[in-house]
Design a protein around this ligand. Sequence first.
Ligand code: 5GP
Ligand code: MG
Ligand code: MG
Length: 179
Amino acid sequence: MNIKIADLTFEPLIAADAIQARIKEIAADLNKDYADKAPVFVGVLNGCFMFMADLLKEITVPCEVAFTKLSSYHGGVSSTRRIRDDFDLMTDITNRHVILVEDIVDTGNTLDYLVAKLNHRKPASITVCALLLKPDAVEYAVEELKHVAFQIPNEFVVGYGLDYMEMGRNLNGIYKRVV
Ligand code: 5GP
Ligand code: MG
Ligand code: MG
């Protein structure tokens, strides 16, 4: 069913059960790769909150959970390239294995910035896990991006943590803008 948020209409793109199935696969890989590494999962707010929660419910290895907050879209439907550092990661990641959890990689600008910033703190490793990737929009290739749940067309999406004008984050599936 289509939904309306403010002036835009959205149609279903990825169903809730498909998201949950992919999360189980990614978690299985991470459980294998991080068995004795006590990783720190770092969620990038606000968009990561649902993905982070559902992913972590499937993680069985000892781990820490932390958050940071960045924003770049500022209410619109395309990247502004101006990254705002809303709050910093407070956990000491020196010599720790970090798993960054992102909602979506669009141009890659935000991720490129965040990975460079965290690398200054000398972690043992950084791996990025993103729910969505828009391959046709990528301008900054981030080599740390190892796990992607879904590749999607270069269109504006909402739901499952992602917003339009701060609305739609509560939807349990992903919806794309009808153009
Ligand atoms: P990038 O820096 O990779 O261009 O953009 C990353 C950030 O822009 C994401 O973390 C997300 O907050 C926002 N963003 C990118 N594409 C979309 C989209 O299709 N829908 C929504 N709601 N936000 C997006
Ligand atoms: Mg994000
Ligand atoms: Mg947003």
